[in-house]
Design a protein. Sequence first.
Lengths: 167, 503
Amino acid sequence: MSDPRTGPGAPPAEEAARPGSRTRELVPAAAGAVLGLGAFALALQIPEGARLTQFSPRWWPEVLSLALVGLGLAHGAVSLLRPRGAEEEAPEPSTRSGALRLLSMLAAVAGYGVLWYFVDFRVSTAILVAALAFLGGGRGWKALIAFPVVVTAVLYLLFGVLLRVPL
Amino acid sequence: MSPLVEGFSALLDPTVLLCIAAGALLGMLVGAFPGVTATMTVALASGFTLSLDPLPGLAVLLTIYVSANFGDRVPAILVNTPGTPASIATTFDGYAMARQGRAGLALTSSAFASAWGTLVGVVLLMVAAIPLSRLALNFGPAEMFALVVFGLTMMIGVSGGKVLKGLVAGVLGLLLATVGRDPITGTPRFTFGLAELSDGIPFIAAIIGLFGIAEVMNQILTHRRGAASKPITDFGRWFPRRSDWRTMLKPMAIGSGVGGVVGVVPATGGDIAGILGWDQARRASRRPEEFGRGSLEGITAADTSSNATLGGSVTTTLALGLPGDSVMAVMIGSMVVWGIQPGPSLFANQPDLVYSIAGIMLVATVLALVVSVLRMRGVARLLELPQHFLWAVILVFCMVGTYAVNNSVFDVAVMLVFGLLGLFLRRFGIPPGPVVLGLILGSLAEGNLRRALEIGGVGTIATSPIAVALLVVSAVALAAPPLRSAWRRRHPREDRGTPTPTA
């Protein structure tokens, strides 16, 4: 949860913010440059068309992908040249249990995609909500039975009945 | 019939009124949950409002926008955690007041200040929107391109001093906008033979992924058991006395001015305005030493200013086609799908829409104020709801809502991909706002730039005073944060006294 406690009475600075690392700056810089290069290579394959206009359809994507490469390199250079300790604050640290929970929830979502194909929306959605509540730490009949039934009913009423979406 | 009468009478439709009531309820609830921002909720609500007609749909989205700016004050005051970024400055004095046993007074005066701020913004919308759009109607391709650059750089310039990362995000958004057909020749680009991509990346799916799914994934990733603060339960007296009202008048006036001006500037929202309004009120106060220690003036100025941006944001968005803040960036996506193209010609063709929108915001403000004053204690109880309920609801609503837009599983897959992209951006400190803005405005930027260059080369832009002025301001907006940081490093001062947001 983003927790921007900033006002007077906020926790001490060392608790509220952690210094960032150089790697944290270099990874997005490298990702930007690589993405730009990839986009440039793909842009070269865009058909030029009949050249009725001065600028072909590939011109703008080429400009942008080269700009992305340039910005990625500039970002990397600035991160390397910046004195240690001057990096931006790091985001709230992730936890091992959080990563596992996230992966499990994504797996549940993928499973839902398959289940929805074979089973009625109301059943598959209630199962998904119960699974997500369980993975999030919910226990007992309220979290695992009542809550999924209510959420599914609301979704079905809103989308299926009121908005007539074919679910 | 005059546009004013026509615009307001459109609101008499029971469906619109029902949508306003639903939006107010939803907005208050989500505002009260820390971590669920107005941007995220509007993105989420886009999924089901797209099935409605434009006006009822706008009624839901605009009311969420307005009332989330009331609900978010509750956690800011009771647990020192802003419900949305717009209430960051509320924590400065609100939480201190709550700890002094004045939580009730803080909540009520915050609600009145927020209502006043919103009303000032709505008046600004009614007065300025049509003249501004008429002025912008004279813009040609060069000016329109410069305007898009201006909007994009303003959003980058205010993204917490991360100019390079903001630029990467903006260019990435513009690049993503090139997916689909070329805006001039119609040649397919980056579609990989997929028919679903021929109209470009689906806006709503991308927006829900970047703001909804990514935020929830980040919360799941970083959640710690027992990390939540216990809310304050001693509320004290609720209603301001006559002396309190007198104290609130000056900061309300200051907050209105600051918020009105900040709101009109593209891409700047209530978070910045709240802090600026708080700071200006402190400078003008006879008791500046009380600011940050439970000052009624402080909370009033912050909340008036933060909410006064709403009308200005809507004005800029609809009159110029540039999002006034991140919520409006998301809302543009919905409007485009409805066939409403925000920009100079919108109000020239449909002047009554200004008044319908203003009317929706007025009714929403009154509703949110009434709910705030009557049911604050009930809303405060929501803070005790376990997090896993929220995660499950948001994830499932995001998926079903995205599917509902086009009845397309492909859109759901796009949403999940953008969710992962958004998580990557968040973890590495890259603001997602410029990506969305680039994605939405990319086609406009490219089309106008190419037309301007076809007409007379770079000279078309260089000889337009408006385009040059906008580009110069854009350059200054980008250069200012690093220059200011360098200046501060060279000339350190002990205490500037203004808390700054960290998120």
